[in-house]
Design a protein around this ligand. Structure first.
Ligand code: NAP
Length: 270
């Protein structure tokens, strides 16, 4: 990958998170981004030392790897604009939610190596859970390159594209579910008399610390839960209440509902 030049089209929330991840890992050398707004171009250059090119086709003709990070409604126009500059040596990675590999390939109407990626908002903290799916033309080496890029802003898994809606419903929408849990945990603390500010800080730290413990020690959550819940103690009393209210079933239903909605919405607008 070191020898390949990367171009990022669309440096908003996600595009900048990708750029920041690569920059922090010392992998940003030679990256170019497309940016039509001069003030934003100056900001990108100042903070990441990369060149901003105000022309997508020109960018596409200069790089070997293109990361498409524009909104889904801009995707068709961008694909049509860059198509003439692409050939079989180009690796195209799209993060557009709902845009299938088949739909992208049919707009390009030519052989390009394609990878579809689904990060989540935690990319802004370089802690994304990103799923990657190879298109027909993508090689094993292309997938390694895609993993290297997205590992710079979190963790990656490789899955068949048929599971992308499930990823959208789970880790894509997941940060919102976790926010609901954190908010409810803090509300519970406030209800029991804790100051709001302290309750929220403690709730966030509780989720962060538990996630880090599971991630770093590789312990199964059920096992950690068992270790925390002593016989006849406080935690098992809380767990029994959550179970009585169907907490786990509610979370599983949320993932199923969001997956179904993702299937309904999947298409490239325009
Ligand atoms: N945000 C998430 O949590 C998330 C999660 C997974 C996947 N995604 C996907 O990530 C993609 C980007 O989302 P985002 O939240 O980063 O959106 P965003 O903040 O709106 O970023 C999109 C960027 O693309 C720029 N842009 C628009 N048209 C362009 C064009 N023709 N050429 C070059 N740049 C152009 C926009 O510039 P202007 O502001 O000047 O218009 C903006 O900076 C979407 O396809 C979304 O589905 C997002």
């Amino acid at each position: 990958m070191q020898k390949k030049k990367i171009g990022i089209i669309g440096v908003g929330n996600m595009g900048e998170a990708i750029l920041r991840g690569l920059h922090q890992k010392g992998m940003a050398k030679g990256i170019v981004v497309s940016e039509i707004r001069p003030d934003r171009g100056d900001y990108i250059k100042k903070n990441y030392g990369v060149e901003a090119i105000p022309d997508n086709q020109k960018l596409a003709s200069q790089v070997q790897i293109i990361i498409l990070a524009v909104k889904p409604q801009e995707l068709k126009g961008v694909l049509q604009a860059i198509a003439p500059a692409l050939d079989a040596s180009t690796l195209l990675i799209s993060i557009a939610a709902g845009a299938s590999l088949g739909a992208i390939a049919s707009i390009l109407a030519k052989d390009v190596r394609l990878v579809r990626a689904m990060p989540n908002i935690a990319a802004l903290a370089l802690e994304s859970a990103t799923a990657l799916s190879p298109g027909g033309g993508a090689s094993a080496e292309d997938m390694e390159v895609a993993q290297e890029i997205f590992n710079a802003m979190g963790k990656t898994v490789v899955i068949p594209e048929a599971l992308m809606d499930a990823v959208t419903g789970m880790s894509g929408s997941g940060p919102a579910y976790v926010c609901l849990f954190i908010e409810a945990l803090a509300d519970g603390g406030v209800r029991m008399g804790l100051p709001r500010k302290d309750a929220l800080e403690m709730a966030i730290q509780t989720v962060l610390g538990t996630a880090r413990l599971l991630s770093e020690q590789g312990e199964h959550p059920a096992h950690l839960k068992d270790r925390v819940a002593s016989p006849g103690g406080t935690t098992i009393a809380g767990i029994a209440s959550l179970e009585a209210k169907g907490f786990r079933g509610a979370v599983m239903e949320a993932v199923a509902a969001a997956t179904q909605r993702s299937k309904e919405l999947a298409k490239i607008p325009g």
